[in-house]
Design a protein. Structure first.
Length: 162
């Protein structure tokens, strides 16, 4: 079983500024580098069969993670191994295909967990849909941002293996 979710910081959190700053600029024109480093910090949790793959203790930027997931989806759909990195952390999650399964390992921890590729792809797609929805509902101009469009529902619907 996979649990993959994120939480937007509350008003008391310093990370809330990463969301509020988007209202001070034209969201359609925010660059990829700024979206990946300056905006939309969230707590993320990824648990696979009771193994905490990504802890909700820290923050990551949602767009950076979304783009990394898009890359991972493309690689997995092409039958290739892949990895997910985090700008804010030197940890890398490796995803290695083994028939219909994907082995997930960490560069920092000794655990290894296996999950069906179809279930993992489904969890990634659901996460990306929720991320896109949350971003574009909270900051409507982001729907027209070319970076955010890279994980739009239209892109996800056209992705093989979804």
């Amino acid at each position: 079983m996979i649990r993959f979710s994120f939480e937007v910081p509350n008003a008391e959190s310093a990370w809330r500024d990463t969301w509020d700053r988007a209202f001070q600029v034209n969201p359609e024109a925010i660059s990829e580098i700024d979206l990946c480093y300056k905006y939309f910090g969230v707590n993320v949790e990824l648990v696979v069969d009771e193994v905490e793959v990504v802890s909700s203790d820290g923050h990551v930027t949602l767009v950076d993670l979304a783009l990394s997931l898009c890359h991972a989806l493309s690689r997995l759909s092409a039958g290739e191994d892949t990895a997910i990195g985090f700008t804010e952390d030197d940890e890398v999650m490796r995803l290695r295909r083994e028939a219909d399964l994907v082995a997930i390992t960490s560069s920092k921890h000794q655990w290894q967990v296996f999950v069906e590729q179809e279930e993992l792809v489904g969890a990634f797609v659901d996460f990306l849909r929720e991320a896109h929805d949350r971003l574009t509902v909270n900051v409507p101009g982001l729907a027209d941002n070319p970076v955010v469009q890279r994980f739009s529902p239209e892109w996800l619907d056209s992705t093989p293996g979804e």
